[in-house]
Design a protein around this ligand. Structure first.
Ligand code: SF4
Length: 372
């Protein structure tokens, strides 16, 4: 079993906010990890504050806070100024991740490795239910993979299955579980009703080995995707961030070949492409947290939104090659760019959706019904 090959995360300490201690999720976790040290706190805020002042990021490694989500669970993806975005909704069920990819954007938001699992799921279900039922004409693509990896903690929380069941009967929404991990076995038994896309981030194998070292390798991710395909789910793939290195053409080409030799294109909802980019402040964080990584040494310049990106010519070359390789296999999946301008769309693909709203319609229409 693939998931056995990748050690599951085990917390070294659980810190429980009193307000959530008696929730079903907290009880499930506390029972499962009965031999893990537990600390109880009145207010999770004090722990977040302490963690924000960590001297080194790894100081809080292994500690998990069970807390109440204060703000809304559902949040429109902020996108980036003057770029075409897909108008995605993030569902924040956790913050933090154990996979420690060198380029991870979480380094910009979270100063430490503390992981938070939000346990007031009743509030989550009520909030999402209210949102979906009060706007029946609106279609929602909702994902849990923004502030964490959607499946990496699933052997601890078993939350993915609950969410798949919740979305099973929703006609105006689809859930996306976005991961680099392979913990899919529980998903295989659930009646998902075609309302969940299980998706994987993919990369060139040498980049996966050097920059995503704690995550399962590309072959393992694709084996997990194949199992999920056999269970009839929609699948998604994200080549993001694509990283420039001397053999990038060969590396990305090989991953595209492996993808299409493993997966039926008709079941792939979408494939996104995005080149390495990060806010200026993250440059220092990556150098400090991952001194052995060379990704910050590439030719990256600040763009109109203040984020560092590769030169446009480089991004165009990467995107053109990728879409050529992908379309050589199939016209079925929607292939889209993450946070790029209308001009880059035109130059890379020869067309553009023209606006975020139009891109949203393309992606929504792809998954309105279950895969064939
Ligand atoms: S898997 Fe995603 S959330 Fe986790 S460290 Fe890597 S980039 Fe960050």
């Amino acid at each position: 079993m693939d998931s056995a090959a990748v050690p599951c995360f085990v917390p070294e300490e659980l810190i429980v906010e009193k307000a959530v201690e008696h929730t079903d999720l907290a009880q499930r976790i506390l029972t499962r990890f009965a031999d893990v040290p537990i600390a109880r706190v009145e207010d999770a805020q004090q722990i977040w504050l302490q963690a924000q002042h960590a001297r080194v990021r790894h100081e809080w490694q292994g500690k998990v806070l069970l807390a109440r989500q204060r703000g809304p669970f559902l949040r429109l993806c902020p996108g980036t100024k003057k770029h075409i975005c897909c108008l995605y909704q993030n569902l924040d069920v956790a913050a933090g991740c154990d996979l420690n990819c060198t380029y991870c954007i979480l380094q910009g938001y979270l100063q430490s490795s503390l992981v938070t699992w939000y346990c007031n799921l009743e509030d989550l279900y009520q909030e999402v239910d209210r949102e979906l039922t009060s706007h029946p004409e609106h279609f929602y693509r909702i994902g849990t993979g923004e502030l964490s990896d959607s499946l990496t903690f699933d052997p601890c929380t078993h939350l993915a299955v609950d969410l798949v069941r919740f979305f099973r009967t929703r006609r105006n929404a689809i859930l996306e579980l976005k991961s680099k991990n392979t913990h899919v076995d529980e998903l295989l038994e659930v009646d998902h009703g075609g309302r969940t896309v299980v998706s994987w981030s993919l990369n060139a194998a040498p980049i996966a080995r050097s920059e995503e070292a704690a995550a399962p390798d590309i072959e393992a991710r694709l084996r997990a995707a194949r199992k999920v395909q056999e269970a009839g789910y929609w699948l998604g793939f994200h080549f993001d961030p694509m990283i420039d290195y001397p053999d990038w053409r060969q590396g990305y080409r090989e991953t595209v070949d492996r993808l299409f030799s493993a997966i039926r294109p008709e079941q792939i909802a979408w494939i996104s492409l995005g080149a390495l980019r990060y806010p200026a402040a993250m440059d220092e964080a990556i150098r400090k947290n991952y001194p052995e990584s060379t990704i910050v040494l590439g030719e990256l310049l600040p763009g109109i939104d203040g984020k560092y990106r590769y030169l446009k010519t480089m991004r165009l070359e990467m995107f053109r090659e990728m879409v050529r390789w992908i379309r050589g296999y199939s016209a079925a999946p929607v292939v889209y760019l993450c946070m790029e301008s209308d001009e880059v769309w035109h130059k890379a693909f020869g067309w553009s959706p023209g606006s975020s709203a139009r891109l949203k319609v393309l992606l929504d229409d792809r998954v309105r019904s279950a895969p064939k």
